[in-house]
Design a protein around this ligand. Structure first.
Ligand SMILES: Cc1cc2nc3c(=O)[nH]c(=O)nc-3n(C[C@H](O)[C@H](O)[C@H](O)COP(=O)(O)OP(=O)(O)OC[C@H]3O[C@@H](n4cnc5c(N)ncnc54)[C@H](O)[C@@H]3O)c2cc1C
Length: 482
């Protein structure tokens, strides 16, 4: 998120019923905010060009996690022999999987739409663009335009997959994450450009469904924001399941040849041509600001097209930007929390800012990677001593019992206070265990409290005891400063 300074809006914690608002985009902030403001007596118009619920519900979290559940079922059935159970040959029905996933999406979407309407929000199906200060023109989906203005404007237009500047990419039928979720024929060989979080979830998912998968990544290693041993452990798991990684690879061009797509890459100084049936482009996402003309309302764009905001999410006087469109961590829970910050400022006089809030996340590979706060590489640069506790999942009783021993748990504590500064859990249900450690952080628990806590046996979380019973590595916090 880019920080900028906006003068304070007029006091507005007791808005009159006549206060008017436009909410552009019904994502994870726009819908809930529109409902909350309408519930407080505001007149709210919500403008959505496609689906209420936005990316998460329609083409992000919900469909991917529902589909990952099917892929895991196939994986568990295939490896059931290791647990002494014979499941027979595994057949994947992609049509059935997509039907199930899209059914869940439809329910969530309809629920979101019904929710905003029930809250008394005026919902316009159309595309908004600014024409002046807090003035927009809406091109309605069923024809015609409307000119609207309001005292407050909230922008929650999200982001879209970025297409790289790769010769041929527009002509080969390259797919985005959104397209892939609707595909009903299993790719024989899925090439994935980019090795980030979205890429890795799809790589494992399609490998488990039965596709050959090759990931082409520019960086020399995966997930540079994570500790190297964690990224390497996850790579090893995916390789074990048949995913091929070509790291340090530069994509040069792509072409369609009949049913096949070729991708030319340069790696270690040599040119190599890969051939696949499908190409997924997963090289990042771009804020949906092109054509929005936000400058007309006094907002400024950063160099990646993100709307610049201050700590209270203000982009201009009485204009706010929430969620992915402001840049920074692009997660559903962050967008949702943005709505709480703005709602509480306007309706309850709260002064909470975005700075300092925890930014947890989970990568839904299997094992999951759950992360909050500092990891080991962050602790190296902290500037004060820390202790790093690491426990391999192969030492976790519950993981051994269930045959899910890949990964590790890691916690960083402040050496002086014993307070938790961060947790990384690569393991079965790693996101859940990380969340338990996040709650401990939020509650101000110390490493010693967690070591001595009585936790139910044999849960994964019980091994938090063992994590803090181990011998920690001590870091001075100045390891990377020269
Ligand atoms: C494949 C994938 C998997 C993901 N998995 C996770 C996950 O597991 N966990 C997680 O936390 N996050 C995940 N994310 C990220 C998450 O989906 C987003 O961070 C989240 O949806 C927040 O988005 P938002 O509220 O900023 O906007 P969005 O949800 O993107 O909503 C923006 C809305 O604005 C509308 N819009 C855009 N422009 C206009 C306009 N001019 N006029 C009117 N309407 C407009 C769009 O149609 C859209 O409905 C995933 C994303 C993807 C792509």
């Amino acid at each position: 998120m880019t920080q900028t300074n906006i003068p304070d809006s007029p006091p507005s914690n007791s808005p009159s019923p006549a206060t008017t608002a436009l909410v552009i985009g019904a994502g994870q902030a726009g819908g809930p905010l529109a409902g909350a403001l309408a519930g407080a007596g505001w007149h709210v118009t919500l403008i959505e060009r496609e689906h209420v619920g936005g990316t998460c519900v329609n083409e992000g979290c919900t469909p991917t996690k529902a589909m990952i559940a099917s892929a895991r079922a196939a994986h568990v059935a295939r490896r059931s022999g290791a647990l002494g159970v014979s499941a027979g040959p595994v057949a994947v029905d992609l049509n059935g999987i997509v039907d199930r996933v899209q059914g869940i999406v439809r329910d969530f979407r309809e629920g979101s739409r019904a929710g905003v309407l029930k809250a008394g929000v005026e919902l316009l199906d159309g595309q908004a663009r600014f024409t002046g200060v807090r003035q927009v023109e809406v091109t309605l989906n069923d024809g015609g335009t409307r000119q609207l203005s309001a005292e407050y404007v909230f922008i929650n237009v999200g982001a879209s997959p970025r297409m790289p500047d790769l010769p041929g990419v527009q002509d080969v039928g390259a797919m985005t994450s959104r397209d892939l979720l609707l595909l009903r024929d299993l790719p024989t060989h899925l090439l994935i450009l980019g090795g980030g979080y979205i890429s890795l979830e799809f790589a494992q998912l399609y490998a488990r469904l039965g596709s050959r998968v090759t990931v082409v990544e520019h960086g020399e290693r995966l997930l540079s924001h994570e500790d190297e041993d964690v990224a390497n452990a996850l790579q090893a798991v995916l390789e074990d399941e048949g995913v091929t990684f070509l790291l340090g690879a530069e994509a040069l061009q792509t072409q369609r040849e009949g049913d096949e797509i070729t991708l030319e890459i340069r790696r270690d100084g040599e040119t190599q041509t890969l051939t696949g049936s499908h190409l997924l482009v997963a090289v990042g996402r771009t804020p949906n600001t092109s054509g929005l003309n936000v400058e007309a309302t006094g907002a400024k764009l950063g160099q990646h097209g993100e709307i610049q905001v201050d700590g209270h999410l203000r982009a201009a006087e009485n204009v706010y930007a929430l969620g992915d469109v402001k840049g920074g961590p692009a997660f559903t829970h962050i967008s949702y929390d943005d709505h709480r910050i703005v709602r509480d400022a306007l309706l309850r006089g709260s002064g909470r800012e975005v700075g300092g809030r925890p930014v947890p996340y989970t990568l839904f590979t299997d094992p999951q990677l759950g992360r909050v706060g500092l990891d080991r590489q962050g602790a190296r640069k902290l500037g004060r001593p820390t202790r790093i506790y690491t426990l391999p999942m192969s030492s976790v009783a519950r993981a051994i019992e269930t045959g899910e021993t890949a990964g590790l748990m890691r916690a960083v504590v402040d050496d002086a206070t014993d307070l938790l500064l961060g947790a990384t859990v690569l393991g079965h249900e790693g996101g859940e265990v990380m969340s338990a450690l996040q709650l401990a952080m939020m509650g101000g628990l110390r490493g010693a409290d967690l070591r001595d806590a009585t936790l139910a046996h044999p849960t994964l979380c019980e091994s938090i005891n063992n994590l803090f019973m181990g011998k920690p590595e001590t870091l001075s916090g100045t390891e990377d400063s020269g």
